[in-house]
Design a protein. Structure first.
Length: 288
């Protein structure tokens, strides 16, 4: 039997979160900016060795972009419908005591999609009873994931570049000059959600500029309105009018909750960190 203490790492592109787990309970957590892009070529083995040394040489389970072709090594993908058991069966072990969880790929009607790290949260939410076996789960962020769970499996999913598009518009587009205010889930955001759901997104985005020039909208509300446009279009395309389980931080959770409610759905917030811990702990049990 494998030891009951292990280290779980959610290792993304720009950040890394570390959990020391003993008998299924998180004893210690760390978070830093050592994402995969901050690790020099050939440096992953040394970074993991340093991490293990801080935790008495405990075995390590790695999830996220560390298992991509930009990370330590490419751990490949498990095809949908995916389960934690299938992920465990496809685990990659670069060195003794280190396990890299593969990502998940979905292909339907000639369209492909992939995820790395989110699958642990999604399946963990089901394993811990945070969401039912048949449910729609959403993970807002730079690349928003919409995942349909069926019979306790990750059945299908789609990725929307919602957060990345907002950042690109704010930093590089003409309307970015108007998007200087704070984004809040207020009236301007809700107006954007309703307009974004109507479908003419590109025209609506251009309209941000003349709305400012013609005093049709307070310039301080432009960023909230644009956020509403993008999230409204995203939710309209995927959320429907049923329940949506949101694995999100409080800020994004508030925005998506408002948007889903505006469009007739019911948002249900889920603790994404607890979901990750539940998923990685269940994953570890397959090796004990």
């Amino acid at each position: 039997m494998l030891q009951q203490t292990f280290i779980a790492v959610d290792w993304g592109t720009t950040n890394r979160r570390v959990y020391r787990i003993e008998h299924g309970v998180v004893i210690e957590t760390e978070r830093d900016s050592l994402g995969v892009t901050a690790v020099p070529s050939g440096g992953f083995a040394e970074e993991v060795a340093t991490l293990r040394a801080r935790h008495d040489g405990a075995p390590v389970v790695l999830a996220g972009m560390v298992g991509s072709n930009r990370g330590w090594l490419d751990a490949g993908y498990v095809r949908t419908p995916a389960t934690l058991e299938a992920l465990a069966a496809a685990v990659v072990k670069p060195i003794d005591g280190v396990y890299i969880i593969p990502g998940v790929a979905h292909v339907a009607q000639g369209h492909g999609d992939v995820m790395r790290g989110e699958e642990v949260q999604l399946l963990g939410a089901l394993a811990a009873g945070m969401a039912p076996a048949d449910a729609l789960l959403c993970q807002p962020g730079t690349h928003c994931k919409w995942a349909w769970m069926k019979d306790g499996t990750l059945s299908s999913f789609v990725t929307a570049m919602t957060g990345e598009m907002f950042a690109m518009l704010r930093n590089h587009a003409l309307i970015g000059q108007e998007m200087t205010g704070e984004v809040t889930p207020g009236d301007a955001f809700a107006q954007g959600v309703r307009e974004g759901a109507r479908g003419d997104l590109l025209a609506s985005l251009f309209g941000v500029r003349p709305a400012s020039l013609l005093d049709l909208r307070d310039r301080a509300d432009a960023a909230s309105f644009v956020s509403g446009l993008l999230i409204g279009a995203d939710c309209s395309a995927h959320a429907g009018t049923g329940e949506v389980h949101l694995l999100a931080d409080p800020a994004l959770g508030a925005l998506y909750s408002r948007a889903i409610t505006e469009l007739g759905g019911t948002p249900l917030l889920v603790d994404s960190h607890a979901a990750f811990v539940a998923g990685v702990t269940r994953f570890w049990e397959y090796f004990s």
